[in-house]
Design a protein around this ligand. Structure first.
Ligand SMILES: *Cc1c(COP(=O)(O)O)cnc(C)c1O
Length: 381
């Protein structure tokens, strides 16, 4: 037993220190079996019958994410979207939910479609303004408040503790998409959230080679039981190889995120003083409207994501991205390699992204190389 509670970075590096009881291997084997043998007396004492409900390869990554988030239990899903959708689909049909108007665009689009077919009643609000959130609550009808912080693609900050209080006053749940913050920087459950969701595709895996999602709950309550059933019943399960790779990525979560944060802060400060840049959106800058709350609810850094607005509008932004050599022009985020994306092109109508905005996902390369590439691209042809 450890001499004292271990730091999360230690738990992650050793993936909770589990070893294989059969062989002593320090990496657990990858199980590909879809089905498990019954005992002769017709029982399943070892606890598993079929891989859609119970995959032994989920145990360690789910336990690790639970420990890092300080929760009661976690579930892996086939993608971040599958994890988020499971939460909304577990609510009563037609339930009133509140979502932020700055959020992951794919989820906003999905919620809008769910609303159109009558499955949910969604109010999109400015989640950075607690009074607006409070006004949108319909006590007795609102079942869930969903927030994302820092939120794509403006990196706006929602006050988790404040939102939890408002949700709970109306007997609603608070769920937080904490993909950009990661458990390294923010632990939403400790601030009052009921459920934390991650697109594990991003920082948790960190190597741009797995699509996965996770949910972690503060309490193993009846809503969580329904989510457990929603995964096996809905069938949006993660493959065994993906679960294995995700655990491997999780082991280096802390050094990856810490380095990305340090580099992002440097890049944000450099870009804020750049003559070709109109604005830098990064919660680590004192000029960011969410800086004060971020400083309170994030520890150790402000994340590896920032956006820059290029002077000269959309054409200038796209041309600057085209001149980058080191930063890869690609979607997604949270990988070891740095990425740039013109978000307005991706998100289309209804996007809060101004047309001159480039989103930067800062990887773990040497920050001097990243800055030099940005400077050269902004300098022009
Ligand atoms: C990518 C992303 C999602 C969706 O996750 P997938 O793994 O792509 O399904 C949800 N929220 C945020 C903040 C994301 O970045």
């Amino acid at each position: 037993m450890p001499r004292r509670p271990l730091h999360p970075a230690t738990l992650a590096a050793q993936a909770l220190g589990w070893t294989d009881p059969a062989t002593g291997a320090v990496v657990l084997p990858l199980h590909t079996a879809t089905n498990f043998e019954r005992d002769p007396d017709n029982q399943y004492r070892r606890g598993r019958s079929y891989g859609r409900a119970d995959n032994p390869g989920y145990d360690q990554p789910q336990a690790l994410i639970t420990a890092l988030e300080g929760g009661a239990a976690s579930l892996l899903f086939a993608s971040g979207m599958a994890a988020a959708a499971a939460v909304f689909q577990t609510l009563p049909v037609g339930a009133h939910v509140i979502a932020p108007n700055v959020m992951y665009w794919g989820l906003r689009r999905w919620l809008t479609a769910e609303m159109a077919r009558g499955a949910l009643a969604v109010d999109f609000v400015d989640a950075t303004a607690l009074d607006e959130l409070r006004r949108a609550m319909r006590p007795g009808h609102t079942r869930l408040v969903w927030i994302e912080t820092p939120a794509n693609p403006l990196w706006s900050i929602a006050d988790i503790a404040g939102a939890a209080e408002i949700a709970h006053e109306a007997a609603a749940l608070l769920a937080v998409d904490s993909t950009a913050a990661t458990p390294v920087l923010t632990r939403p459950l400790a601030l009052g959230a009921d459920i934390v969701m991650h697109s594990a595709t991003k920082y948790l895996n960190g190597h741009s080679d797995v699509i996965a999602g996770s949910l972690t709950t503060a309490a193993a309550d009846p809503f969580w039981d329904r989510l457990v059933m929603a995964r096996s019943g809905g069938g949006a399960i993660l493959g065994s190889l993906e679960a294995y790779l995700l655990l491997r990525g999780l082991r280096t979560l802390y050094p990856r995120v810490e380095r990305a944060c340090r580099s992002a802060q440097r890049i944000a400060e450099h870009m804020a003083a750049h003559p070709k840049i109109l604005a830098v959106l990064y919660p680590g800058l004192a000029s960011h409207p969410g800086h004060e709350i971020a400083a309170r609810q994030m520890a150790g850094g402000f994340g590896g994501m920032l956006s820059i607005r290029v002077k000269g509008g959309e054409a200038a932004a796209i041309a600057a991205a085209a001149r980058l050599q080191l930063w890869k022009r690609a979607t997604s985020l949270g990988g070891v390699e740095s990425l740039v994306e013109h978000r307005a092109s991706v998100e289309g109508a209804g996007s809060p992204a101004p047309p001159d905005l480039l989103r930067l996902s800062v990887g773990i390369e040497d920050p001097d190389d990243l800055i030099a590439d940005l400077d050269a691209a902004l300098a022009g042809p």
